[in-house]
Design a protein around this ligand. Sequence first.
Ligand SMILES: Cc1cc2nc3c(=O)[nH]c(=O)nc-3n(C[C@H](O)[C@H](O)[C@H](O)COP(=O)(O)O)c2cc1C
Length: 177
Amino acid sequence: MAISMTKQKIDTFPAVTKDQFRAGMARFAGAVNVITTDGSAGRAGFTATAVCSVCDTPPTLLVCVNNTSSVGQSFRENGRLCVNTLGPRHEDLAMLFGGKTPTEERFAAADWSVGVTGAPMLVDALVAFDCDVVDTKVVGSHSILLGVIRQISMSEDDKASIYAARQFHQIEINTCL
Ligand SMILES: Cc1cc2nc3c(=O)[nH]c(=O)nc-3n(C[C@H](O)[C@H](O)[C@H](O)COP(=O)(O)O)c2cc1C
């Protein structure tokens, strides 16, 4: 019953094209993060805005990674990830981790510590969430990685970087903790 209702709902509405989806998402402002991992599949990292809080008990977030990127397999195999949230001074780093740059060149551009899971943590990240990947779901071209947070590290920075309309913006944030 539930399945046929869902199908009926989908059929009722006109299809949203890929271009419409992309144009809409370009207006969907989001924090900029470098997602890192290490382990048996080696060190890897990429820039992502597709990161979302899921729940606080257990403390959980999700990250969406493109299955065709060079890094997707490393994340699935290592089973750990760190979400490193960036500030305005990290825009070059965001571009390095968002393109076709070799892995070692990406990591050489910043200072890293190692989180409790073994994932690289950006030393001066606005905030870094070190996670065990507890579940993965493939949806179309991407995998949703569900991470349970084992460690959080925060800097005293008061500027965050936001990506919208295909460019970086900066906002002031209150460090009320
Ligand atoms: C601002 C920005 C946001 C991005 N967000 C995502 C994202 O949420 N998920 C994703 O899979 N790729 C995202 N990308 C693209 C990846 O960072 C890029 O494909 C990744 O570096 C893999 O490239 P590679 O195949 O050279 O390793 C984003 C890139 C930029 C510049």
